[in-house]
Design a protein around this ligand. Structure first.
Ligand code: CDP
Length: 235
């Protein structure tokens, strides 16, 4: 069967990651959470007091960063987690202190170059679902299927608050909304590869759709693209 690349972009907390994960599992594709990579770099910068306006310090720090996605021992659902220099940082990178800083780190061109190169390598063999902000525009402009997810800000905040609560992090709705709005603003206005919908991306508003419906919509589009890719090869 022909393999394709699926790029899922959109604003913060629109359900990109959960959709991407489910779609990848259904297709037997690998799933890459590019946001987790920006979050891991941010965690390293916080831990090592890296100054965001010092290019030399940033380069030195990036040279010391290795990010991997691995299935941790004992996890039976096949879902991988984020490792920073050999340590599982999945919980820490989702915390509010990382969320507060991640968009400022993500606008640094050196950081983007460093991560985009790794992401492109991961997609060499196709059969991948990657979610983020610049996947359809910069990382994989040739992706066969591009989606752009949106949702109402209150719904997004409610979903994110529930996710945090499930991890025993109690954060007020107001704080979540402020964080999402702040990140959306930085992500859409930065000079280097800002968040925007690729011209050939399909926009899906997830406000009133259930999670299962959302996955179903994407899968239907993916199967069509996979069949189309197979037709093109056989011609
Ligand atoms: O899950 P959530 O929507 O909160 O965000 P994320 O996907 O974990 O991404 C966290 C942050 O990383 C975003 O707000 C962006 O600043 C940055 N990011 C980016 O710049 N480019 C990407 N491809 C992915 C994330």
């Amino acid at each position: 069967m022909n393999k394709i690349i699926i790029a899922i972009d959109g604003y913060s907390a629109c359900g990109k990651s959960s959709t991407a994960k489910a779609v990848a599992a259904a297709l037997g594709y690998s799933y890459i959470d590019s946001g987790a990579m920006y979050r891991a770099v941010t965690l390293y910068f916080i831990q090592h007091y890296v100054s965001l306006d010092n290019e030399r310090e940033i380069s030195r720090a990036l040279n010391n960063i290795e990010i991997e996605f691995r299935i941790p021992p004992g996890r039976t659902d096949g879902i991988s987690e984020t490792y920073l220099n050999g340590l599982n940082v999945e919980e820490e990178i989702r915390s509010m202190f990382v969320s507060d800083m991640v968009s400022d780190v993500s606008k640094i061109p050196q950081v983007r170059r460093f991560l985009v190169a790794q992401q492109q390598k991961m997609g060499k063999k196709k059969g991948i679902v990657m979610d983020g902000r610049d996947i359809g525009t910069v990382v994989f402009p040739q992706a066969e299927l591009k989606l752009f997810l949106t949702a109402d800000i209150n719904e997004r905040a409610r979903r994110r608050q529930a996710e945090l609560l499930a991890k025993e992090q109690l954060v007020s709705l107001k704080e979540v909304i402020e964080n999402l709005q702040k990140r959306d603003l930085i992500d859409t206005t930065r000079a280097e590869s800002p968040l925007r919908k690729a011209e050939d991306a399909i926009e899906i508003d997830t406000t009133f759709v259930t999670f299962d419906e959302q996955v179903e919509i994407v899968l239907r589009k993916a199967y069509r693209k996979i069949m189309y890719a197979a037709d093109e090869v056989s011609q």
